[in-house]
Design a protein around this ligand. Structure first.
Ligand SMILES: [Zn+2]
Ligand SMILES: [Zn+2]
Length: 155
């Protein structure tokens, strides 16, 4: 925690940008949330503290962070074009998305190196980066599986 806000502050200073109250608020929410919010979700959270904040400020801040490689934008297949923002500082990690409640769980695996190696051997390509996304029902939704049936796709 506190990592994103510190790095972002340094970058802003180096660029002669200002750490505005709104930017600081958005950085600190992203920092402490540890989730993968959409811009709208981020706005809702931030408005609890600053009702004047608008969506375009949120997007502008997110795009700046993205350009600085401090957040990455991800689109999960389950949600079509819905973008989520990942504030995990650049690191190779993977995701599971629950097809029912849309919860995103991050995970690491030692096996990813083997997958890359196998693909490289088969294809002759050089893999630089990558990320696995798994889909299914989270443990909570499995327990209440006859809840609202939003599961339109079969895998
Ligand atoms: Zn992530
Ligand atoms: Zn779930």
């Amino acid at each position: 925690m506190g990592e994103l806000i510190n790095v972002a502050q340094e970058r802003l200073r180096a660029q002669g940008g200002r750490m505005t109250i709104q930017r600081r608020l958005l950085f600190s929410i992203l920092d402490s949330l540890g989730e993968h919010p959409t811009a709208e979700e981020l706005l809702l959270l931030a408005r609890k503290q600053d009702p004047d904040l608008n969506l375009s400020t949120v997007y502008r801040t997110l795009r700046w962070l993205e350009a600085e490689s401090l957040v990455s934008s991800r689109v999960f297949a389950e949600e079509r074009r819905q973008e989520r923002f990942d504030a995990a500082l650049p690191s190779e990690h993977h995701h599971f998305m629950c097809t029912n409640c849309k919860d995103v769980i991050e995970f690491d695996t030692d096996l990813f190196g083997a997958i890359k190696g196998q693909f490289q051997e088969l294809s002759g390509a050089k893999v630089e980066t990558g990320s696995i996304v798994l889909y299914g029902l989270c443990s909570k939704c499995r327990q209440t599986k006859n809840g609202n049936n939003l599961n339109l796709e079969t895998e």
